[in-house]
Design a binder for this molecule. Structure first.
Ligand SMILES: [Fe+2]
Length: 188
């Protein structure tokens, strides 16, 4: 029995089990918000000294796939971003995403598209909301939400829950200054 006790699940294992338990057919519009709540609970119940998190912190890798669900297709990514790391505004195509901060501060800007999408390759964006992800803060972005991230205080341990493999779907990046949209096709 002692062996059994030593092999107690980590907070990460429990999180994945909880995600799988609420997943259903994956189409519940509330799912991004349910996963965000579970990720908040994960961070609240994880210490930087927990072996699995200590491993992420020690490695300091910009991007790691922590878990991929063979049955449902969702992926949990772990990132360690240096201060100043940022990306272009982008969407996740038909997918949704949940971003959460364990350490550091990551600011995520959400944009509103102001053109009607009729001009090929063109898009005008205005900043709509600024989300400040301090440790323990988690924010879901639903289908179509255009966003960009910026690590304002590092190292920023950022968790990114992907509803599906982004390499398998078509999505877009946006250049705000040039008012262009750049297709990011699925890797074929
Ligand atoms: Fe994103």
């Amino acid at each position: 029995m002692a062996v059994q006790e030593q092999k107690a699940d980590s907070s990460f294992d429990r999180y994945i089990a909880e995600v799988r338990a609420v997943w259903g057919d994956g189409k519940d519009p509330q799912l991004p918000f349910k996963i965000a709540a579970l990720m908040e609970k994960l961070f609240a119940s994880t210490s930087p000294d927990d072996p699995w998190m200590a491993d992420i912190l020690r490695d300091g890798k910009p991007s790691r796939e922590l878990y991929r669900d063979a049955e449902h297709g969702f992926i949990q990514m772990g990132h360690v971003h240096k201060q100043g790391h940022s990306n272009m505004p982008h969407d996740h195509g038909p997918c949704w995403v949940v971003y959460g901060a364990f350490t550091g501060i990551t600011e995520i800007t959400k944009y509103k598209r102001t053109d009607d999408g009729t001009q090929q390759g063109k898009a005008t964006l205005v900043k709509d909301e600024l989300h400040r992800l301090t440790p323990g803060v988690v924010q879901p972005y639903v289908r179509g939400d255009i966003h960009s991230t910026h690590a304002v205080e590092g190292p920023a341990v950022v968790f990114r829950f992907l509803s599906y493999d982004l390499d398998k779907i078509d999505r877009s990046r946006y250049n705000v200054e040039k008012e262009t949209v750049i297709p990011v096709p699925a890797a074929r």
